[in-house]
Write a protein that binds this ligand. Structure first.
Ligand SMILES: Nc1ncnc2c1ncn2[C@@H]1O[C@H](COP(=O)(O)OP(=O)(O)OP(=O)(O)O)[C@@H](O)[C@H]1O
Length: 460
């Protein structure tokens, strides 16, 4: 790195961090070396190295990259006193033998960052997001938004069931944008926090500040937007914020547990606004994705517990048996590793079954025909007796076929058994119903959506 480049980076940092922070944290830094994409800086104390890592390393990294210096990692080292003296006298950096700061100090992975919204989780980056069929569209859309540049769809609306990676993707976008363009004002917060801030502003008579704050962001991300459904004044304010930002061509990213049109008690004008951009969903994980996620988590754990051994077949077993959300999968693995490291044993199938007995039992829960009938009747707003009864009008027949289809998919009951539980119907009637829904699922978007919602509700 040339002196000129370093000068430019410092100037950039002064602007981004403000004069006070710059004087306190950046001025004392001394550039030491750049090898293999790792930039090393000398700092006077451990405390300073740690502070810089946690707070400014990613900003420094992106300033360096913007100045054309190819860096993928930054480390801070504490120069010994003598070296520091010699260096000060000679005006150069010591060549080697500097003490490493206690905590590994690198900036290839971002640390926690305080945005005007909620803090971002350092683990939720793109490189830790495993892509598979169920989430590839959502991932591609998130990547596109994270590239920055002209807004191509607004908003990006991500939806899906619990623990499928919506928050992870939103944080990943924020990290990426922050690294690429630290000047951008990227705000991530949950819809609940949005409401809380709004209510607080009303109470403190600071609505002008509130409006100004939210209208001055470059990228706004609101997680779990279904939360504001039924909360009239928050919805109203959200609507105005949304419009103001879209008018200024600022990117908005929203997540929810279901599609915009499916969120009850959300004003129609908001629903239609939310549908204006790109709406993509995260599908429930499939076996391959679960296995991929487990493998990537194991790789990360191995760095932490290098001595741990995992027997062949354990991950496959878990990917098969735990079919709920990724959070549950992660929790199971964490528990397994903690346990195995405590007892100092290899993770075998037996140890896995032992240690995760309750989790495995919970995901073993059998879904019954009755449960399906009840949920479907509720969903289509008909009486359970009409679902099972003899009437053949369309408004009962279609939900009945949906329920039959779900029974076939989600239980181990045979067609004659299912028929019996639907008021003693013949197995050919069940077969016809199942086929009809299979057809509609492909042709009719609404039907596909209904089936997906019902399946999720039943699995929850
Ligand atoms: N594809 C993936 N690769 C790696 N980790 C994932 C993936 N999907 C989800 N996770 C992990 O699963 C956990 C839950 O994900 P996240 O919090 O993003 O879910 P969510 O969809 O926002 O759920 P909720 O509706 O509960 O808010 C996180 O720890 C996240 O890192």
């Amino acid at each position: 790195m040339t002196q000129e480049q370093w000068g430019q980076i410092r100037q950039d940092l002064r602007q981004v961090l403000g004069q006070n922070n710059f004087t306190a944290w950046i001025e004392p830094l001394q550039f030491q070396s750049l090898h293999d994409g790792i930039a090393t800086f000398n700092v006077p104390t451990n405390f300073m190295g740690n502070y810089l890592t946690q707070n400014y390393a990613d900003t420094i990294l992106s300033s360096m990259n913007s100045a054309g210096v190819a860096v993928r990692r930054i480390q801070f080292v504490v120069a010994s006193r003598q070296q520091a003296k010699a260096q000060a006298a000679a005006g150069t950096a010591p060549a080697a033998a500097a003490n490493k700061v206690e905590t590994p100090v690198s900036a290839d992975r971002p640390g926690d960052m305080d945005l005007p919204g909620a803090p971002l989780d350092a683990r939720f980056s793109f490189d830790r997001f495993v892509v598979g069929k169920p989430n590839e569209l959502a991932h591609a859309a998130a990547r596109r938004v994270a590239e920055g540049g002209p807004v191509s769809f607004n908003p990006l609306f991500l939806y899906g069931g619990v623990g499928l990676g919506k928050t992870h993707l939103m944080h990943a976008i924020a990290w990426e944008l922050h690294l690429k363009s630290p000047h951008l004002n990227v705000v991530y917060l949950s819809a609940e926090q949005f409401m809380y801030r709004f209510v607080q502003a009303l109470r403190d008579r600071k609505m002008m500040d509130f409006k100004e704050l939210f209208r001055s962001v470059d990228v706004l991300m609101v997680d779990d937007v279904q939360f504001i459904a039924g909360k009239d004044s928050t919805q109203e304010e959200f609507f105005h914020t949304f419009n103001a930002l879209v008018d200024q061509n600022k990117q908005i990213i929203i997540s929810a547990d279901r599609a915009p049109g499916e969120i009850k008690d959300l004003e129609d004008r908001i629903k239609s606004r939310l549908q204006c951009g790109l709406v993509v969903d995260l599908h429930p994980t499939d076996y391959e994705l679960r296995l991929g996620i487990l493998q990537s988590k194991v790789d990360a754990y191995k760095l932490q517990y290098p001595e741990l051994q995992i027997a062949p077949g354990v991950l496959e077993f878990l990917a098969h048996r735990i079919s709920t959300n990724v959070r549950v999968l992660e929790g199971a693995l964490t528990r397994l590793f903690a346990f195995a490291s405590l007892v100092g044993r290899e993770i075998t199938l037996e140890l896995t079954q032992d240690c995760l007995a309750d989790v495995l039992r919970a995901s073993d829960r059998k879904i019954t025909v009755e449960e399906i009938q009840r949920k479907v009747a509720e969903h289509f707003n008909i009486r359970l007796s009409d679902m099972i009864g003899p009437k053949r009008v369309r408004s009962f027949a279609r939900p009945r076929q949906v329920a039959m289809y779900l029974c076939k998919q989600m239980t181990t009951r045979s067609l004659p058994e299912i028929g019996r539980r639907f008021g003693g119907r013949d197995h050919t009637t069940v077969m016809h119903g199942v086929r009809k829904i299979e057809e509609l699922k492909i042709k009719d978007h609404q039907m596909a959506e209904d089936l997906e919602l019902l399946r999720r509700a039943l699995e929850a």
